[in-house]
Ligand binder design. Sequence first.
Ligand SMILES: Cc1cc2nc3c(=O)[nH]c(=O)nc-3n(C[C@H](O)[C@H](O)[C@H](O)COP(=O)(O)O)c2cc1C
Length: 507
Amino acid sequence: MRPGNPWPEVEYLVGFRDDVRVEFDATSVNLTTSVSTFAVRLPEGRVRDALAALADDLVPTDKALNELGPAERVQFQRLLGRIGRLLVYGVLIGGRELIRFEHTAQDVGSKAETVQPDDLVKLSRFALCRSRSGMLVLESPLAKVRVLLVHRAARELVASLADVQRVDDIAESAGGDLAVAEVCALLGVLVGAGFVEVRPAGEDFDGEEDPVLRQWDFHDLLFHSRVRSGRFDEPLGGVFPHKGKIAPRPAVKPVPDGPSVELYRPSLEDVTQRDPGLTAALEGRRSFRSYGEQPLTAEQIGEFLYRVARVRTHFVPAAGGEPGGEIVSRPYPTGGSAFELELYLTIQRCAGVDPGIYYYDPVGHRLVLVNDDPQDRRAMLEVASVSTSREADPDVLVTMTSRFQRLSWKYRGMAYATTLRHTGVLYQTMYLVATAMGMAPCGLGIGDSDMSARVLGLDYLQESSVGDFILGSRPPGDPGIWDQEQGWEWVNDPEWAAWAGSVLRRH
Ligand SMILES: Cc1cc2nc3c(=O)[nH]c(=O)nc-3n(C[C@H](O)[C@H](O)[C@H](O)COP(=O)(O)O)c2cc1C
């Protein structure tokens, strides 16, 4: 980082954010937002007066501090540090408030940097501009603050940063009525906060980006910064943001219309007698991309779905109870017992079930035909095959969809992350059950959510695919993926795999 900004025009203001209610009682101050209350012990005195002043309007930071004694200043600054996410900071340049800052993380340490008129600048590829509560704001997963572009000149300046520019050129073309020194000062603040990149005159941006950053996609880093607490200040977790305004989605999806196929229900006795056990399934589990000559049977599909995904209990709250309390249980776990995932089977080859695309009814344990168009079936299987670099021509494709609003009615900020976690849980459950049953499973990383929504008759925004899994009958012989001749070396206990393989072959 270069030394602090030399441009004299920058002054800072501080105040409470609009959505914070500030209330004092005899010994403390209570700061309330729509989702939390923060109570600070603060008896009457000058520190409390200084805090009270921030509730009325933004005040110059220096003025607030100058009215305090040395010990009070330390106390006041510590207090502002603790409640940083409830405050907004104005940035005055040349006497005009151009931008405001909100802290999105707890530990904001950014300082303005020096920017010279002949420097080159551009907007970071991680920065994003969006409208929030009627205001254009700048955010970035690399920054620990949000910038509110309160002044037209700041909006124009940011809009001009899509491509590399010389600072003095910006002042001329897009800085509105900002002087070069003011442009330098504003850019210095934005560079320090992590929104703008700068290179000294003579250097350029052609050099490779930092190798760590280069390996982050814009959306991945944004997603990472928003689905866990730490870098973002908006509500996160089970805060029921739509309670009382929108009806929650049912725990069980209404079954689509269509001809149905009753599925085989395995008996507990049969399953437990044949079961190779958890350790054999875990240690012997492999991904298969080729299949045996004999296809899977309807009985195997029935047993697989019953053991992986059937609804086994249903809890309906008593009349007049809390909305959203309806939950179910299936063999795999989900956050909040949401069970928002649904399964669709594209069947190409299965003895006893006609080719077609089916919805799995997890309560009635049956397949319901949703699409019998051979071209749509081929399109679904084609994407799955490409996902295996065409190694597999799957007999059965299981498409997992998420009924998104079942989760987002309850969870703010993390609903989609949660559904992806559930998808992973379901992959492993499918792998283990398929392995225990002697089938040939393989999880897939790429599916076409847009095309599959059309083929499955779904509204992309309400329910679309989040995972794909292929299945078939197991080919003869061992897949031999840990062949030493191919470079695999045993690291721990080869006899575990050998044992698991022999157990699975016997079952
Ligand atoms: C989430 C996930 C995504 C996967 N995506 C693909 C894929 O797109 N294509 C593929 O051929 N295999 C895919 N696989 C299978 C992996 O390649 C396989 O699990 C890995 O190579 C380890 O081999 P093993 O499963 O035989 O132990 C995926 C597995 C998982 C769990």
